[in-house]
Design a protein around this ligand. Structure first.
Ligand code: HEM
Length: 536
């Protein structure tokens, strides 16, 4: 083994090196919470001379390796797997073929890796403009309708041009806290809805979605969208928009998982459904943006415009280089990516807290210790002190990993991974869903133990954890741009829910496997019948 720093790890690898404990942690203040990121400048690797060719990679072979058809042969009725159990299929392939294998996914191979050393190499080879498989359905829609391409459909310099103005607006410590007052209100409205014990599980599930959409809506459009409104008229207006978001997401998930592909060649019924819903979203939000643009112009006319305006949408609209369609192209993916993800993450978190009443009580005690009375708004200072709250969110994203197959990268250079030569242009699937529950990196990995993330007075965890073992928001310059917002939203609403209710699920949830599906984030197949019992 040799020690190197600050260098790209290309062409060196190890079959046996266990990187656990070697990658150290960097502490970064994100908004009000402390978040750990993998450190990339202090890594130990080993060398290997006999690099095997790409074709020697293990993985499903024979008819399962035929382009397009191969994927079909890996799924039902030929195997027990479906698109919804893709994560399980990949886990079983790792068990069978080892820490690196290739599988035919559609036309191309995807190489899956689960060793931290290989994961780091992929991310470190990324460069300034990382590539991952694009959301083709969105790209095709934008091309066919002549709309500008967005964050999820651009690559290279064009992507960087769009992402850069967002980075400094969404990744600064104050970016999310600016929205705290508005998101406090949204969370309070949601908690009030949960007081209605007559809600069916399906209505409850929809309320989570409404909450997440409303919460990201105040960021994207600088106004309440009415998803949580009790007023019948506002509710009717928002209902149509909500249905369109759901259709857009359902279609996106189906296309991403390969359930639908004819839209690639012509405008089939699936594509038309997606287009109708997306056109509606676009026209709706264009109206919101035009209203916001009027406000910018008014302030500019009146001389009250502040060059350092902290509001995301207003400041984007004031950029002379961006027209309303460009701003729409920036904000629309934030809205769609930001609603389903957080709604699913929240439900999985409440599921974990319901199954672990002792952890729920620890969280409640922390809230009590900080004198969080029912109606009090949560401030940045208070949120920063709620360490157990942050730990429960992190632990739930670990145990109930939000993406069935982690994130992916298209390699910009040839790499040696796991002892195999992987050519430039290959898609590599980062099996973070595996590392997150591996006993190599986590003590009792199948247990819900928020305590594992807490630090003692010396800043140490009970066992050091590599940041590369837990990447629910991806990594590097193309990581999740909404991370600060998602975390803040979850902290806020979970604190408010747990201080108001004891949350539980029927006994049967304690035993038995939870069936999940992807929309495209992991979500339960059957809506959870949560019981919210008001606390005294
Ligand atoms: C629990 C909630 C969330 C999870 C688990 C999550 C996860 C992810 C992941 C894994 C990626 C890919 C990162 C990579 O390739 O390295 C991503 C990208 C993205 N996320 Fe999130 N996300 C969440 C919430 C949000 C929110 C609230 C927003 C919007 C405010 C958002 C907007 C986006 C966008 C626009 C991208 C694409 C970024 C780009 O390609 O430049 N996400 N997210």
């Amino acid at each position: 083994m040799r020690r190197i720093s600050n260098r790209l790890l290309i062409g060196t690898t190890s079959q046996s090196g266990d990187p656990f404990g070697v990658i150290t942690q960097r502490l970064t203040r994100t908004g009000s919470q402390v978040t750990s990121y993998p450190r990339t400048d202090d890594v130990t690797v080993s060398q290997e001379n006999d690099v095997k060719p790409f074709d020697a990679l293990p993985g499903p072979k024979g008819h399962r390796a035929i382009p397009f058809l191969g994927t079909m042969f890996m799924m039902k009725p030929f195997t027990p797997y479906t698109v919804d159990t893709l994560g399980q299929m990949l886990n079983n392939f790792h068990d069978k073929y080892g820490p690196i294998f290739r599988a035919r996914m559609g036309r191309d191979w995807i190489v899956y890796v689960e060793r931290l050393e290989d994961i780091q190499k992929c991310f470190r080879s990324d460069g300034a403009c990382p590539r991952r498989p694009l959301i083709m359905l969105h790209k095709i829609y934008q091309t066919r309708t002549g709309r500008p391409h967005s964050l999820t459909t651009l690559e290279g310099e064009a992507w960087r041009k769009l992402r850069t103005p967002l980075n400094h607006r969404m990744n600064r410590p104050s970016s999310a806290t600016y929205y705290l007052p508005a998101q406090n209100e949204v969370a309070d409205d949601f908690v009030n809805i949960l007081r209605d014990s007559s809600l069916t599980p399906e209505q409850l599930r929809e309320s989570f979605f409404r909450f997440a959409a409303e919460s990201v809506g105040v960021v994207c459009f600088n106004r309440r969208l009415g998803f949580l409104s009790q007023d019948l008229q506002s509710r009717a207006v928002s209902q149509k928009l909500l249905e369109c978001f759901k259709t857009n997401l359902r279609c996106t998930g189906a296309a991403m998982m390969g359930k639908e592909f004819k839209y690639l060649f012509y405008e089939d019924a699936f594509y038309k459904t997606f287009k109708k819903a997306t056109d509606h979203i676009m026209s709706y939000v264009t109206n919101y943006l035009n209203e916001a643009l009027e406000e910018v112009k008014r302030r500019q006319r009146e001389g009250t415009w502040d060059e350092n305006e902290p509001n995301l949408v207003l400041s984007l609209l004031a950029e002379p280089s961006l027209g309303v369609p460009d701003v729409l192209a920036v904000l629309e993916p934030l809205m769609t990516a930001g609603s389903d993800s957080t709604a699913s993450g929240l439900q999985m978190l409440l599921y974990n807290l319901s199954l672990h009443q002792d952890k729920q009580e620890s969280l409640y005690r922390e809230l009590q210790d900080h004198h969080l009375h029912q109606a009090e708004p949560l401030t940045p200072t208070l949120l920063a002190q709620l360490k157990y709250l942050a730990a429960t969110v992190k632990e739930s994203l670990r145990l109930s990993f939000p993406l069935p197959s982690g994130v992916a990268r298209i390699l910009p250079v040839d790499l040696v991974l796991g002892g195999y030569q992987i050519p430039k242009g290959t898609t590599v699937g980062i099996s973070s869903q595996r590392t997150a529950i591996s006993d190599k990196y986590f003590r009792e990995p199948r247990q819900f133990l928020p305590e594992r993330w807490l630090r003692n007075e010396e800043g140490q965890r009970e066992r050091s954890i590599s940041g590369f073992a837990h990447l629910p928001f991806g990594f590097g310059p193309r990581n999740c741009i909404g991370r600060r917002f998602a975390e803040q939203e979850m902290y806020l609403v979970i604190a408010k829910i747990i201080r108001s209710f004891q949350v539980s699920l029927p006994e049967e949830y304690k035993s038995g496997q939870l069936e999940t599906e992807f929309r495209p984030f992991v979500t339960p197949k059957r809506p959870f019948p949560f019981v919210f019992k008001p606390r005294q």
